[in-house]
Design a protein around this ligand. Structure first.
Ligand SMILES: CC(C)(COP(=O)(O)OP(=O)(O)OC[C@H]1O[C@@H](n2cnc3c(N)ncnc32)[C@H](O)[C@@H]1OP(=O)(O)O)[C@@H](O)C(=O)NCCC(=O)NCCS
Length: 177
């Protein structure tokens, strides 16, 4: 994907409302065909509020990168430092907490742009391992992560409303010095 077609920037607390709205939209788009509406909406109401987004954007352990095309938000990556699950054994781990691309732009390389930005950010901050948790039924995302060099290292339950979903935990040791 040519870099003159997209603009990447780090979101700030001022973007909380837009990020809440965009997160709702992309989450719904990704999972509404595979999740009971009540569970999907419960998750959205709990996690994608402007207040929660504002707290996360102000938190120095988090970084959210937005990919904009022609002035419109088309994807984002949210990185988050913290204690990982025990199965993540790599050194200095950072979580790729969320990675979403709008349906219209999926498969055009934007996910990879956001992943490359995530690797660069992680390395710049001294992290050496990137890990994530993804729904076992999300085969497309799992294929993309595998293609990017992530390996499955464990699993955990991820609650979407009252639905205890099985997640795979995947990790990748970042190459280079
Ligand atoms: C998963 C997601 C972020 C990937 O973003 P994307 O923009 O569609 O992915 P890209 O077009 O950048 O593809 C990334 C790489 O994976 C490869 N890829 C894409 N789809 C693939 C598939 N089904 N199988 C194997 N490889 C695949 C691409 O070829 C590309 O590699 P390349 O550049 O070397 O060719 C995006 O599809 C998405 O937002 N999905 C819905 C939300 C979601 O599931 N998020 C993850 C939650 S854990």
């Amino acid at each position: 994907m040519s870099s003159d077609t997209y603009h990447l920037f780090k979101a700030t607390a001022e973007h909380a409302d837009v990020l809440a709205d965009f997160s709702r939209r992309t989450f719904r788009e990704a999972f509404e065909s595979m999740t009971a509406p009540r569970d999907l909406e419960a998750y959205i109401e709990l996690h994608f509020t402007p207040e929660k987004m504002c707290r996360q954007l102000a938190d120095r352990r988090s970084a959210v990168f937005i990919a904009e095309i022609n002035g419109l938000w088309m994807g984002y990556a949210h990185l988050k430092a913290g204690t990982p699950p025990e199965c993540v054994k790599g050194p200095n781990p950072l979580q790729l907490y969320r990675l979403y691309v709008s349906g219209a732009y999926q498969g055009k390389g934007l996910g990879q742009v956001l992943m490359k930005k995530s690797y660069a950010y992680a390395k710049g901050k001294g992290f050496k391992t990137l890990w994530l948790s993804t729904w076992a039924k999300n085969t497309r995302a799992i294929d993309v992560y595998r293609q990017q060099g992530f390996e499955t290292v464990g699993n955990q339950i991820f609650w979407v409303g009252n639905d205890p979903q099985q997640d795979f935990i995947m990790a990748k040791i970042l190459p280079g010095p």
